[in-house]
Design a protein around this ligand. Structure first.
Ligand SMILES: *Cc1c(COP(=O)(O)O)cnc(C)c1O
Length: 403
């Protein structure tokens, strides 16, 4: 199991780390410094003219990542845009798609949602004068389970019924690594007249995503995790084509205005059809340049091949842990490779302190996973740069430390 493109990445620790933290911050592609340098050169030599005159001019620069993002998101080009950051995009989407009326006010999320997502939905409920106690419904795994059964989600949606305004669900759960079926969740939401939105922070670049066919209304993601675009890099947003030109209410800014007339600087807002119409500001070219460089690697390999390799890697890792270490370690991630991405989440049976010690001991050996409170060690072999020898090192580190 070789990595596809290990040599295209800078491996930290002078090339020595076994880095399993691409679910938190992906490694830097070697092409990134040059891509950023190129922007500084444009700025230095052309200044404002770089918006229009260069071969990679800044005005339409966000279009340079559109097709690649559309492929990764399973979307049409008009449905995706690179803009802002994840939580900002989530708010922008809810401004348009969470419109509580009458009895239809509830938002369904998972009980262990990423805190930013919970803060975002709770604050939206408050902004609309609702009550979080009444309108925020959080679905937990059944007692004794780590993950949420798909039937549970469908049943919860059906039970909330006409009270349900929005389902906001992850593509891949960030603690357990569980992957969800976007089409099934969307179908259930639409059946009761609710909107279906997805947070793909841990899914994009990790598992195949088919947003258009799933019929999802909107989705958001960040690009510093599996997309390797660097800390705080520009995020992504999907708006289904059927909403492209409906004049949905939104939080508007000049960059969402139709580019054909944007610079007439008129007072009226005419949104660009599609996801572009939700842009607010002219984007950071410094944030777009690394994303553009990074996405080229995804295109060169293709998501299908990456997914195959990813399933081989987690399959091998999970089988070895189950076979040799099940006395000490529980795997929280679903055993079925179709129901997970490339992350395996571990819990040390001896308790939180032992888990923390194990995580720190691996770290001291240059085996970099991460720790999620209260008691979870996450390791994510990323098929673009992790290889078999990384996985062997992780396994021998676990074996030796668990003795
Ligand atoms: C990483 C992550 C975030 C981070 O939000 P930012 O706005 O990019 O800081 C939010 N939600 C989920 C589910 C995440 O995994």
């Amino acid at each position: 199991m070789q990595a596809f493109y290990r040599e295209q990445f800078v491996i930290p620790g002078n090339g020595d780390w076994a880095y399993f933290c691409g679910n938190s911050l992906g490694l830097m592609p070697r092409s990134v410094p040059h891509a950023v340098q190129r922007v500084t050169e444009q700025w230095a030599t052309l200044a404002v003219e770089a918006h229009f005159t260069d071969r990679d001019a800044w005005m339409p620069y966000h279009n340079l990542v559109r097709d690649q993002l559309a492929r990764l998101a399973g979307a049409k080009p008009i449905e995706v845009v690179a803009m802002n950051t994840l939580t900002t995009n989530l708010h922008l989407m809810m401004a348009s798609f969470y419109r509580p009326r009458g009895e239809r006010r509830a938002i369904l999320i998972e009980a262990r949602a990423f805190p930013s997502d919970r803060h975002a939905v709770a604050s939206q409920i408050n902004l609309h004068g609702g009550s979080v106690d009444d309108d925020l419904i959080e679905l937990a795994p059944l007692p004794g389970h780590e993950t949420i059964a798909p039937e549970q989600i469908a049943a919860a949606i059906a039970a909330i019924g006409e009270r349900l305004a929005l389902v906001l669900w992850p593509g891949v759960q960030y603690v357990t690594g569980q992957r969800f079926d976007l089409a099934a969740i969307t179908h259930a939401a639409h059946a009761v007249g609710a909107v279906a939105g997805f947070d793909l922070a841990h899914a994009i670049g990790n598992v195949p995503v088919d947003l258009h066919a799933s019929d999802a209304d909107f989705a958001v993601w960040c690009s510093y995790k599996y997309l390797n675009a660097g800390p705080g890099s520009i995020a992504g947003c999907f708006v289904h084509e059927r909403h492209a030109d409906r004049g949905l209410p939104r939080m508007a800014g000049w960059w969402g205005h139709d580019p054909a007339t944007r610079f007439q600087m008129g007072p009226e807002f005419r949104p660009t059809p599609g996801a572009d119409g939700w842009q607010l500001s002219n984007p950071s070219i410094f944030a777009l340049a690394p994303l553009r460089a990074s996405l080229e690697l995804f295109d060169a390999v293709g998501m299908a091949a990456l997914r195959d390799r990813s399933m081989q890697m987690t399959g091998f890792l999970a089988a070895a842990i189950d076979a040799e270490m099940s006395r000490y370690l529980d795997i929280l991630t679903p055993r079925d490779p179709q129901q997970r991405g490339c992350q395996i989440s571990l819990r040390v049976r001896a308790g939180r302190e032992s888990g923390r010690r194990l995580h720190d001991a691996l770290h001291a050996r240059g085996i970099i996973g991460d720790w999620r409170e209260p008691d979870v060690i996450r390791v994510a072999p990323a098929p673009l740069y992790n290889n078999q020898s990384d996985i062997e090192r992780l396994l021998s580190g676990l074996r030796e430390e668990l003795q």
